[in-house]
Design a protein around this ligand. Structure first.
Ligand code: ATP
Ligand code: LTN
Length: 333
């Protein structure tokens, strides 16, 4: 009990905008699993964020459960950590509104994710897409975490969270813990197999660009065989060799070895042989996850019960921050 309260707190979330990719796994989810011993962890399925782009309701519902089942399949433990679905804890929307009144138009306009997504969804540049960082700040600040593990692409959102928290604290005293980012080191940034200058993304229109965590062994090997590389047929880390650099990174992280060791291991091999080895290593790593996922996803009752239990834990944890914020702002409790 005592030990529990002394642990530093970690929080992170992932959108249920598709089946997570190898990029999400190596860049985020795998690290979450490893953090459960050392930290007091809270992880959520960020479904409120997902509706900033248009979603089909039945598909969204299925993706939310799918993501929750995947949390469990990957080894996130609902007893040890708090695992919940964001929209089941109303304080997220409540605090997001309050924080949006402490967030400037200018700072939101500078967010690269807003610029990218508004270019990709030009027919639906809604206020939620613009105000997204205030919701993300609410997700985080509600639970007073010390650290937030994210990939490089979320660094800017974490910086704005820190700015909002500091601004609020300067006005009202120490309300929020200002969290530190935990950015995955080396090999954590996985690039698209179809265009290795772009990051691997679960919402990519071309499924050959990403490895879904639920792809079959055959799919995985086929996608790696087709991975775009260069034409000089030398396996080494070098500037401009985006495709090969990416494959070296993936192999190294999956096998738990350094990039130099990978390069040495495949010295003299052709690209074809190397691609096959990377595909096999990835398939072997993901196959137990797929098996466990299939068990969880077919037990709807268990998913409902566990997510409800997680939401209750999260509600309880968020209440303290929420009432402090309400009092400071001048609301009547
Ligand atoms: P979407 O395509 O829906 O925008 P995404 O696949 O880019 O989603 P997110 O849901 O935005 O992924 O990210 C979840 C987590 O995975 C974040 O912490 C993010 O930094 C990390 N992540 C996403 N893509 C990669 C990648 N290619 N390599 C490493 N980490 C990644
Ligand atoms: N914006 C993040 C997902 C996200 C998140 C968060 C990450 C929503 N809320 C809180 C960390 C902490 C994304 O798109 N990857």
């Amino acid at each position: 009990m005592c030990e529990q309260t002394q642990k530093k707190k970690v929080l992170s979330c992932i959108q249920p905008s598709g089946i997570p990719t190898l990029g999400n796994y190596l860049g985020a989810l795998k690290n979450w699993v490893n953090m459960q011993e050392e930290y007091d962890c809270t992880f959520a399925v960020a479904d409120l964020h997902a509706i900033t782009v248009r979603q089909e309701p039945a598909k969204l519902r299925q993706q939310i459960y799918s993501m929750y089942a995947l949390f469990l399949a990957l080894g996130l433990d609902p007893e040890k950590s708090t695992l919940f679905i964001q929209s089941q804890v109303p304080a997220h929307s409540q605090l997001a509104w309050i924080l949006s009144c402490y967030t400037q138009f200018g700072e939101l306009s500078r967010m690269t994710q807003f610029k990218d997504k508004s270019a990709r969804h030009a027919d639906n540049i809604n206020a939620g897409l613009f105000a997204y960082p205030a919701l993300m700040a609410a997700d985080i600040l509600l639970y007073q975490p010390d650290f937030v593990p994210v990939g490089h692409d979320q660094k800017q959102h974490l910086e704005i969270t820190r700015d909002i928290a500091t601004r609020f604290n300067n006005l009202y005293g120490d309300v929020f813990t200002v969290p530190e980012p935990l950015i995955g080191k080396g090999g954590a940034r996985v690039m698209s197999l179809a265009d290795p200058t772009k990051k691997m993304s679960k919402s990519d229109e071309n499924p050959n660009g990403y490895i879904s965590l639920l792809d079959t062994k055959e799919d995985i090997i086929r996608k790696f065989k087709r991975a775009v590389t260069d034409s000089d047929a030398k396996i080494c880390v070098a500037e401009g060799k985006h495709g090969i650099n990416n494959l070296i990174d993936i192999y190294s992280v999956v096998m738990g070895i350094s990039a130099d060791e990978t390069v040495k291991k495949f010295e003299g091999c052709g690209y074809g042989e190397f691609k096959l080895s990377v595909g096999e290593a990835v398939a072997d790593c993901l196959s137990p996850v797929r098996e466990r996922y299939n068990e969880y996803i077919s037990d709807k009752k268990k998913l409902e019960d566990l997510s409800k239990m997680g939401a209750e834990k999260a509600y309880y944890a968020s209440r303290k921050t929420m009432s402090k914020v309400m009092k400071k702002v001048g609301f009547v409790l």
